[in-house]
Structures are given as structure tokens and as C-alpha cells.
Design a protein around this ligand. Structure first.
Ligand code: PLP
Length: 233
């Protein structure tokens, strides 16, 4: 049987970059004095083909994140044995397929969306695991709750029994120095410790700042570019 060279290249590229990312996580955990198992890797496959997900899955990667619902649903339908996370902006009229097809949602910051996800989560599935998205650096263009809004919002979401709050998620403005990268991550952790002490997961850190996030307590890092290569959109 002949092997498609593109597939073989893709497979090798994904394997090599995935192992580099795993090494970075390992090193950052060592530096932070944290066990390696305390950090979960979410492979962000948005805009990438099904074959890229398959290549990573074959290397043992289980959790994948998607931002664009239509693309994601094609992948969900074509792949078994993958745990899907929705990490994109949520339009409230698109909640049903999210509630039906994903195990985790990282981007909940509206009560309307939360209530719809709760009502639409199918009975045969466990409660949907969610993160509350916080706009930690107060960037006016970004989605997310303000820290001041968080306590009341969380109290309302705790009432929804088909949703299971994992913790907080943030997407800070990109910056290059480690010290500046750490500030918003530290602020998110402090907010979690103060407002949501029982929900300890922190979804923070991407390709450019995963070390800073792990030093500040990230339990999920969301990595796209450094696993699958640059995106065209
Ligand atoms: C695209 C995206 C990522 C991955 O970013 P990279 O810089 O490619 O690693 C992580 N989180 C969210 C919410 C994203 O939209």
C-alpha cells in the first residue's frame, strides 16, 4: 500500500511539534514545582483538516478545541474517540449543536447562553463542563465578564444543573515579556481563589505564553499554532 506523502509529512510534522510542546509543558511544570499531570493540553485544531486531528490523536492527544462551529461539526461527525472543547465566540442561536456535540465549553460569559446550553444539554450526556470567560485585562474589544460581574454570574450558573463549572478562562492581550505575560494570568488565578474556590481549573496560555500561564497555575493550556502550524485565518 502506498502512503500519501502529504499525509506522511503531516503526520511527522504534527508528531514533532506535539512532542516539542509537551517538552515545554514539562519544563515549565518543573520550573513551577508542579506535577506534570496538573497541566492538560488542549490541541486547538481550528481551521485545520480532519487529517491533522487524526495525526495528533495517533500521538495520544485526546482533547481538541474548535472555534468555528460549522467546521467543528464536520470534524465531530468524522472522528470518534476525541474529546471536543468549544473555545470560540458563542451566538445564542447556535447553542444547541454546542450542547449536543461538545464535552467542554471555555467561553461562557452570558447568562442567556448559559441557560440555553443548560436546557439543550441532552439527558443521556453528563452535564456540560464549562469555564466562565473573564476579560481580565479590561480590553474593551474583548468578550468576557468583568471581575466585578463574576460572583453574581457564577451564583446564577451554579443553579443550572446541566452545567458543571470547571473554573475560569481568559484570553489576555498578547505581549512578549514573561513578566507582563504573567500579570493577567496571576490576576485570573487570584480571582478564582477568591470568588470560585471550589472550581479550580484555569484555562489560560496559548502557543506564545504557555510558560507564563503554567507558572501562574494554568491547568489547561490551549495550543494551536505550535502544534499544527500557522493559520491562514
Ligand atoms: C486560536 C485560539 C487558541 C490557540 O492559539 P495559538 O496561539 O494558535 O496557540 C487558544 N485559545 C483560543 C480561545 C483561541 O481562539
Amino acid at each position: 500500500m502506498s502512503v500519501d506523502p502529504i499525509t506522511s509529512n503531516l503526520k511527522h510534522a504534527v508528531k514533532a511539534s506535539l512532542s516539542k510542546v509537551r517538552e515545554r509543558i514539562e519544563r515549565a511544570c518543573a520550573e513551577a514545582g508542579r506535577p506534570e499531570e496538573s497541566v492538560n493540553l488542549l490541541a486547538v485544531s481550528k481551521t485545520k483538516p480532519v487529517a491533522a486531528v487524526v495525526a495528533a490523536r495517533e500521538e495520544g492527544q485526546e482533547h481538541f478545541g474548535e472555534n468555528y462551529l460549522q467546521d467543528a461539526l464536520v470534524k465531530v461527525a468524522n472522528l470518534e474517540d476525541v474529546i471536543w472543547h468549544f473555545i470560540g465566540a458563542i451566538q445564542s442561536n447556535k447553542t444547541k449543536p454546542i450542547a449536543e456535540s461538545f464535552s467542554y465549553v471555555h467561553t461562557v460569559s452570558s447568562l442567556k447562553v448559559a441557560r440555553r446550553l443548560n436546557n439543550q444539554r441532552p439527558d443521556h450526556l453528563p452535564p456540560l463542563k464549562i469555564f466562565l470567560q473573564v476579560n481580565i485585562d479590561g480590553d474593551g474589544n474583548k468578550a468576557g465578564l468583568t471581575p466585578a460581574e463574576l460572583p453574581e454570574f457564577a451564583a446564577a450558573v451554579f443553579e443550572l444543573d446541566r452545567l458543571n463549572i470547571q473554573g475560569l478562562m481568559t484570553l489576555p492581550t498578547q505581549t512578549s515579556s514573561l513578566e507582563n505575560q504573567r500579570k493577567p494570568f496571576r490576576a485570573l488565578r487570584e480571582l478564582q481563589e477568591t470568588c470560585l474556590p471550589t472550581c479550580k481549573e484555569l484555562s489560560m496560555g496559548m502557543s506564545g505564553d504557555l510558560e507564563a500561564a503554567i507558572l501562574e497555575g494554568a491547568t489547561w493550556v490551549r495550543i494551536g499554532t505550535d502544534i499544527f502550524g500557522a493559520r491562514e485565518r
